[in-house]
Design a protein around this ligand. Structure first.
Ligand code: TYM
Length: 329
C-alpha cells in the first residue's frame, strides 16, 4: 500500500484528512504501508526553497500527529529515494503525449497559469505519481476522488509495461471511501476544499488557530430552507457539514439528521465547530512536539527512506534489466 501527500501548505486541511489521511492510519494494521511526503511533486508549480524545507518537516510531523507510527509503517520523503525520479523517466518514455495531455488536473492548472508559465514537470506530474506507486508494488492506494484519473493512468502504465517487457508491476486499485472522497469548500459547497481555493474562509486547516476554525464553521454557507437534511444536490452546504460531523464523531448521517430534527443550521454549525476544535487540538499539540525536535524527526525520516529504498531499489533494478539497460560491470 502506498500513498503520498504534497508539502505545499503550512498545514494539511480537513479534505486531506477526511479524504485520505484518516484511512492511512488503520491500514497500518492490515497492510505493508508506505507513506510519502512528495517534495518532488511540490516543485512543479514554483516554490520557495526555505518554505519547502519547513513544510516538508511540518508535513511529516502532522502525519505522525494524526497517527502514523514509524514502527508500523514506512514514512519517508520522496526525494530521499532517488528511484522515484529514475523510474519516472522510464515511465515518461512509455506515456503518450496525448495521454498525458488529457489529465484534467493538468488541464485546469495549466489553463490558469498559461502555457509559457506551466512547467514540463507539471505535465509529467502524474507519471511521477505512477512511479511512486509502482516502485512498491502497491495494490491499494488510499486517496480522495480528485486522484482517480491519475490512478487510472498508473494502472494503464503498469499494464503497458507488463505486456511490453514481461510481468513486473502489480496493477494497483484506487481505495476511495465514497462518503468522504470529496469534502467541499465551506464557502463554495459545490467545489472541493482545496488549498488553492478562492477564499481562505472555505478551508479548515488542521494547524490553524481553533478560534478561527470555529468562526469559519459558524460562517459556512448553508442552503435555502431551514431543515437539516442530507441532500448533496439540493443542500450541498448542509450535507458537507453533516459529512464532516459524521466522519469525525463516528456517528451516522441518519443519526445526526434525526438528532437535529426541529433544530436550525445555527445549532448544527455551533456544535460541529466544537467537534472540529476538539479534534484538532491534540493534533496541534503533537505536531508541535515533533517539530520541537527536528533532528529526531529527520532521523525518523532517514530510517523511513532506508526502508523505502530497500523495496524500491530491487524494483528499479528489475525494470532496468527488463528494458535492456546494460548492468554496470
Ligand atoms: P494532495 O497533496 O493534493 O492531497 C493529499 C490527499 O488528500 C486528498 N484530498 C481530498 N480528499 C477529499 N476531499 C478533498 N477536498 C480533498 N483534497 C485533497 C487527495 O485526494 C489526496 O489523496 N497527487 C497527489 C499526491 C501524490 C500521491 C502519490 C498520492 C503523489 N504521489 C502516490 C497517492 C499515491 C496529491 O496531489 O495529493
Amino acid at each position: 500500500m502506498l500513498s503520498g501527500i504534497q508539502p505545499t501548505a503550512d498545514s494539511f486541511h480537513l479534505g486531506n484528512y477526511l479524504g485520505a489521511l484518516r484511512n492511512w492510519v488503520p491500514m497500518q494494521e492490515t497492510h505493508d504501508t508506505f507513506y510519502c511526503v512528495v517534495d518532488l511533486h511540490a516543485i512543479t508549480m514554483g516554490h520557495d526553497p526555505a518554505l519547502l524545507r519547513k513544510r516538508t518537516r511540518v508535513s511529516a510531523a502532522q502525519l505522525l500527529a494524526v497517527g502514523l507510527d514509524p514502527e508500523r509503517c514506512t514514512l519517508f520523503v520522496q526525494s530521499h529515494v532517488p528511484e522515484h525520479s529514475q523510474l519516472a523517466w522510464v515511465m515518461n518514455c512509455l506515456t503518450g503525449f496525448g495521454e498525458a495531455s488529457r489529465m484534467t488536473q493538468f488541464k485546469d492548472k495549466s489553463a490558469k497559469q498559461g502555457a509559457d508559465r506551466t512547467s514540463v514537470g507539471l505535465f509529467t506530474y502524474p507519471i511521477l505519481q505512477a512511479a511512486d506507486i509502482l516502485l512498491y508494488q502497491a495494490d491499494a492506494v488510499p486517496v480522495g476522488e480528485d486522484q482517480r484519473q491519475h490512478l487510472e493512468l498508473t494502472r494503464d502504465l503498469a499494464q503497458r509495461f507488463n505486456t511490453t517487457f514481461g510481468p513486473t508491476f502489480t496493477v494497483p486499485a484506487p481505495y476511495i471511501i465514497k462518503d468522504t472522497a470529496k469534502i467541499t469548500d465551506l464557502q463554495e459547497p459545490t467545489a472541493k476544499m482545496s488549498k488553492s481555493a478562492s477564499t481562505a474562509n472555505g478551508l479548515v486547516e488542521l494547524l490553524e488557530e481553533p478560534s478561527r476554525i470555529a468562526k469559519k464553521i459558524k460562517s459556512a454557507v448553508t442552503d435555502t430552507g431551514r431543515e437539516i437534511l442530507f441532500d448533496p444536490v439540493n443542500k450541498p452546504g448542509v450535507s458537507n457539514l453533516l459529512t464532516i460531523y459524521a466522519a469525525l464523531t463516528g456517528r451516522t448521517i441518519e443519526e445526526l439528521v434525526e438528532s437535529y430534527d426541529g433544530k436550525g443550521y445555527g445549532d448544527l454549525k455551533k456544535e460541529l465547530a466544537e467537534v472540529v476544535v476538539e479534534f484538532v487540538k491534540p493534533i496541534q499539540e503533537r505536531t508541535r512536539a515533533y517539530l520541537d525536535d527536528p533532528s529526531q524527526l529527520d532521523k525518523l525520516l532517514a530510517i523511513g527512506a532506508e526502508k523505502a529504498r530497500s523495496v524500491a531499489a530491487p524494483t528499479l533494478a528489475s525494470v532496468y534489466d527488463r528494458i535492456g539497460f546494460l548492468a554496470p560491470g
